[in-house]
Design a protein around this ligand. Sequence first.
Ligand code: B12
Length: 226
Amino acid sequence: MAVEIHQRLSEWLGPLGFQCAPFKYQDDTLAFVILSTPQMFEKAFKPYIADKLLATVRDPIDECVVHYFTLLKKNFSDHRIEAIHDFEMFPNRKPKILAQTAAHVAAAAYYYQMKDVQQNPWGEKVRKMYGVCIHPRYGGWFAIRGVLIFPDVQDQALEQKLPVDCVSTNEKKIQLLEKFNFHWQDWTYRDIIDVEERYSEEQKQYFATPPAERFKLLGLKGDALR
Ligand code: B12
């Protein structure tokens, strides 16, 4: 069952620049983590935004993913699907999903955390370094957009795979966490390994623009609404 749904989902999401990978949610409940690859901007976001005259939304990318998840659910109406997005929070501001843990468990991208580094080189002065996922093909040039849960599908046979430990040396892992925590704006953590594809110049410019000005960049009048 998981194999068949995985294939159908991939066929639907792939042409839009998304990737999916299965994992078990609770007990044997089938779920998928959904990643956006560098192609999502061209293949899903730009066509989506081209239809919009006014942005009524907080974040156009988030709204775009909501749009495609809604379409996907209609297309898979033979199943009940619960979607949880990366940006959804509980009232206490804790995230509804641990997107990076999901990506790791589904073997879509390795989640590098402080505990992956031998002999904490930062000592007492650094209490918590945020962890970061690295994709074997796209390095840091991707995002985790959410999970899709299939509550009516139980699959005992689904086996957990290990993600590729592509940042293989301790030294590189230290570098990665330092770049992600202290220099994330310069994008270099994304290139910690050789990658197949990066964000286009246009996409980089979009993400480098402060959110309030992105509407203007897209030719939208969203800021007039807020
Ligand atoms: C809140 C948040 C922030 C906050 C706080 C960061 C943080 N990590 O807490 C702030 C605003 C600072 C932030 C900043 C950024 N963020 Co942010 N953020 C999030 C968000 C919404 C939730 C993260 C969170 O609170 N996690 C809760 C903590 C407690 O989880 P945790 O540390 O992983 O701990 C758990 C694991 O350790 C697990 N666990 C325990 N043992 C083990 C063992 C194994 C093997 C595994 C797998 C797990 C595991 O249990 C713990 C919980 O009990 C996520 C999206 C999401 N829904 O997950 C994005 C996310 C982490 N952010 C992301 C990014 C890219 C950024 C920024 C670069 C900005 C940007 N958007 O471009 C910056 C960079 C960080 C920095 N230097 O400041 C990406 C990371 C992508 C990646 N490749 O990993 C995410 C996943 C969003 C996305 N859509 O892709 N972020």
